[in-house]
Structure formats: C-alpha cells, structure tokens
Design a protein around this ligand. Structure first.
Ligand SMILES: [Zn+2]
Length: 229
C-alpha cells in the first residue's frame, strides 16, 4: 500500500469516526460518547397506562427531562445513535400492551393464536424528506420487531407545521387511510409520543374503517397534561 493511499485511508477513517461517534450526550449535553450514564438511567422504562378520550395507552417514559431531550434529538436532531437506548423502552410499552390483550392466547376459529400487527403512524411527506427515516419504524426494527405499513397519509392532508390548534385538529381527522382491507386483522398501534392522543385516535379510526380491530396502543413516551389550562 502506498503511503499516499495509507494517509488517505487514515483521514477517511478519522472522519467516519467523528461522524459515527458523537461527543456529547444527547440527553444533557455532557461530554460523553453518546448517552451518559445518568441519562441512560432516565430512559429505563417505567411503563404505565394513560387515557386519552376512551383509549388506554401504554407509555414507557414521561416526555420530560433527559428523556425528552434524547427523544427530540433522536427524532429531529439527527441523533440516531440513541436508537438502541430508545428501542428498549418502546419494546417494554408494546409488551405491556400485548399482555393486556385479553384474548391473546385464545385460539381463533382456525385454532391458531391470533396474529397481531404492529402498526405505526406514517410520516408526512415533508417529515420523510427532512429525516430520511421513520423514527418509530427504526426503533421497532432495532427492537427486533416488524412494523406493518398498514396506514398511509391521505395525499390531501396538509403538513401540521404552521397550522393553528383548531386547524391541526381538523386536518388530523380523516388524515389516515388503510392501504388495504384489514378484515379480521388485530392491531397494536405504536407511536413515539402521545400528547392529546389525536394522532393515535385518528389511526384507530382508520383501522376500524378498514375492518380491523385495535387491541392495544403503545407509545415510547407520554406528555403529562396539565388539567387546568
Ligand atoms: Zn446525559
């Protein structure tokens, strides 16, 4: 190998190293490799059920403090290095949702256990263009689970960015549609953060409209809602 080639390879691997190994914790900014020990601890799942409308949703984390920073940096700050640390709590929320399905182990008419599809919320085209990946699907893959792309955004739905609160709600209703009939299909809906629940409720409506049934809802984190606002 020529010295020149050797130098070039060394420089390339230095650049790759800098790109692949972030030097700040995405939770608190401390100088660390990617996630410091205390922020890692803040991502330990503490699965609990929350309600939005009539829906019971399993969430692994509270969207606050370091967890909030890590999730936001993962979704919108290019910090995909947090995927492994976030996949574990998401998986824990899904396990809780699965455990709560009453008839999970009862055989169906064909005598086989029921299949449950993990359905995520499709990205808007803008979000897809900006990120280049689907944050929740990527976490599911990381957790060894397979997201089902059963839903799509209706092409006439607007991106939520820049819309006021009422316009967002109106835009969200009927914004999703199933790709194909879901007759007899059992679904656990999976999302990253639940705030008002409007997105999950819209996804549930779209699954029902296609003939499927939603047997559980799971999210990585929930935003604690203030009661008097
Ligand atoms: Zn940290």
């Amino acid at each position: 190998m020529s010295q020149q080639l050797r130098d070039r390879l060394a420089a390339a691997s230095r650049d790759a190293w800098a790109t692949l190994l972030p030097t700040e914790c995405s939770g608190c900014g401390a100088v660390d490799r990617a996630l410091c020990a205390s922020c890692r601890l803040a991502l330990a799942p503490s699965v609990h059920a929350v309600t939005r409308d009539d829906a019971l949703i399993w969430a692994a984390l509270t969207y606050a403090g370091p967890a909030r920073h890590v999730i936001a940096a993962y979704k919108d700050g290019g910090r995909t290095d947090a995927a492994a640390a976030l996949a574990a709590p998401l998986r824990a929320a899904i396990v809780a949702a699965l455990a709560a399905v009453p008839s999970l182990n009862e055989p169906n008419q064909r005598g086989t256990p029921r299949d449950i599809h993990l359905v995520t919320i499709p990205s808007s085209r803008l979000a897809w263009r900006v990120r280049g990946y689907h944050p929740v699907d990527a976490l599911l893959h990381r957790a060894g689970l397979h997201p089902s792309p059963a839903l799509v955004q209706r092409t006439d739905a607007l991106d939520q960015v820049g819309l006021g609160r009422a316009a967002r709600a109106a835009n969200k209703s009927n914004s999703l549609v199933a790709r194909h009939p879901l007759d007899g299909v059992s679904v656990i809906l999976v999302d990253d953060i639940v705030t008002t629940g409007a997105t999950l409720l819209e996804a549930r409506r779209a699954v029902f409209a296609a003939g499927g049934s939603v047997v559980g809802l799971a999210t990585l984190a929930e935003t604690r809602r203030l009661l008097h606002r």
